[in-house]
Design a protein around this ligand. Structure first.
Ligand SMILES: *Cc1c(COP(=O)(O)O)cnc(C)c1O
Length: 392
């Protein structure tokens, strides 16, 4: 997270810009937020207070799934899903090559083998044709068993779940939706975090729906899976937490974080999602003739975890980033390294698939500051500076 940057636009107006502005959000929600937090300080129900279950019900209703099980973070949410399916040694899990480290880390953590698959250059999400090639290769080599596809909703746009589901059905695989960045997006009327056999999200502060620390959630329609997940997140509990029927973990969402999320979810539903879409549209209108802007598929909407553009070359991308920085405009490179290049994954087989799109994206992408609390002046400033740099 960048520190606040004071910027002076071309009209000499001074303001400050953050990559994702959580301070303005807090000021707007402060009264209700402080009251909610104070309530829990007074009643001291810090673990599994009533707010946790209330939040789970609201989240399940919002995404349109029967069950929501909150947990300590988005990484644990993915791990718990793989645990519930008993994924382990000799199992293969397919993961996009262009994503945050967690999406692949959890596979290794469960002792299974991640196989990285290239992404689509326009949507940044897993390439369904290359996914099928990767699955066939694992089957041909006949040493590992293909089990799960982890599909990430990168930067807020849901993955191609119709294509993914077709492949999953054809090869008998489960679909795990990593919706850490996707919460709030949709395909038609169906919301992100409802497309997997299990779907997960993260409430890391800078995610589309963030809390004031770490947090995560798991969604499913399956009653038995939900029961298993509820047990696994609290030490494999049976009747209660002192009756332990399996080996689990300690991964709960704090009551205070649940209360914070109750306030934030209301704002998210009432105006934040709508507002961030307006700022994304404004960027697209202002930049589409000069740079590669994000591409939403027909009938798909994004929650804009990131607004990511593609430049022509690594030199141009790095040049623009430095130039923006000199003007006080923060930008980030998500992601600068493909998963298959990460040192931690070098011991794994199947790194030799065609991952050329990811390799190129890592050199050319740049994510711009975006959040629901932008204003006309800030967005024009960013657009003007990018246009100025690319034309000059
Ligand atoms: C942030 C993120 C995660 C992990 O979430 P945490 O809450 O930070 O553990 C997993 N996958 C993706 C795609 C993410 O962006």
């Amino acid at each position: 997270m960048n520190p606040p940057n004071f910027v002076s636009d071309r009209k000499g107006m001074v303001t400050y810009m953050e990559f994702r502005d959580l301070k303005t959000q807090y000021q707007k929600l402060k009264k209700e937020m402080d009251q909610k937090i104070q309530e829990i300080l007074n009643n001291t129900n810090f673990i599994m207070g009533k707010e946790v279950e209330e939040l789970e019900q609201s989240l399940a209703k919002y995404v349109g799934q029967k069950h929501c099980i909150t947990c300590a973070n988005g990484t644990d949410a993915l791990s718990l899903a793989l645990m519930a399916w008993d994924i382990g040694p000799r199992d293969v899990v397919f993961v996009p090559d262009f994503t945050f480290f967690s999406s692949g880390e959890v596979v290794s953590y469960e002792g299974a083998t991640p196989v990285f698959v290239d992404v689509d250059k326009d949507t940044y999400n897993i390439d369904v044709e290359k996914l099928e090639i990767a699955i066939q290769r694992v089957i041909e080599e006949n040493e590992y068993i293909p089990k799960v596809i982890i599909a990430v909703d990168l930067f807020g746009q849901p993955a191609d779940f119709y294509g993914i589901r077709r492949i999953a059905n054809k090869y008998g695989l489960k679909v795990l939706e990593d919706g850490a960045q996707g919460f709030g997006g949709a395909i038609g009327e169906q919301k992100a975090c409802s497309f997997g056999d299990i779907s997960t999200t993260s409430f890391f502060p800078a995610k589309p729906l963030g809390c004031y620390g770490d947090g995560g959630a798991i969604f499913t329609n399956d009653d038995q899976t939900a029961e298993l997940l509820s047990s696994l997140r609290i030490h494999g509990k049976g009747k209660d937490k002192y009756d332990n029927v399996k080996i689990g973990v300690n991964s709960r969402l704090d009551t205070i974080q649940a209360a914070i999320l109750q306030v934030k979810l209301n704002a998210f539903i009432e105006y934040e999602l709508k507002d961030i879409n307006l700022w994304a549209k404004k960027y697209t209108e202002g930049l589409k003739d000069i740079v590669n802007v994000p591409n939403l598929k027909a009938n798909v909407s994004s929650s804009w975890a990131q607004y990511t553009i593609q430049l022509d070359s690594e030199e141009q991308r790095n040049g623009l980033k430095s130039y923006l920085q000199s003007k006080g405009i923060p930008s980030m490179i998500y992601y600068s390294k493909p998963m298959h290049v990460q040192k931690a994954f070098q011991p794994y087989p199947f790194l030799g698939n065609d991952l050329s799109v990811t390799e190129n994206l890592c050199k050319t992408v740049l994510s711009l500051p975006i959040h629901p609390y932008m204003n006309e002046r800030l967005s024009c400033f960013v657009i003007d500076e990018i246009r100025g740099y690319l034309k000059g």
